[in-house]
Design a protein. Structure first.
Length: 104
């Protein structure tokens, strides 16, 4: 997701990231603007049923101001994942970058 314009109460979903050849994956997520909403990272084995992942501590959510953070998917066992953001109010831009690393 590269500078996706966010507004209204829409849901924005990234392309599917293929992590089949990686042991660890990472995401850089940047919210710019006044967005308030819910970010989810979903995963799938079948590449058709994407289910939200649970994080502890929970993922930071945008609350009306700029937000930047990294997400570590260490020893990630699923071959596919996506990033989904549902905007409740406000507007701005959303950027998501992904990388992967093979331990072999």
């Amino acid at each position: 997701m590269n500078a996706v314009a966010v507004s209204g109460t829409n849901t924005y979903t990234s392309d599917t990231f293929n992590a089949a050849d990686f042991d660890n994956c990472g995401l850089e997520i940047v919210f710019t603007g006044t967005m308030v909403g819910t970010l989810e990272i979903t995963a799938s084995i079948s590449n058709s049923n994407f289910i939200p992942l649970t994080f502890s501590p929970v993922l930071s959510q945008p609350t009306g101001s700029n937000l930047k953070y990294l997400v570590n998917l260490n020893q990630f066992p699923f071959p596919y994942y996506q990033v989904s953001y549902t905007n409740a109010s406000g507007s701005g831009t959303l950027d998501v970058w992904s990388s992967g690393k093979d331990l072999n």
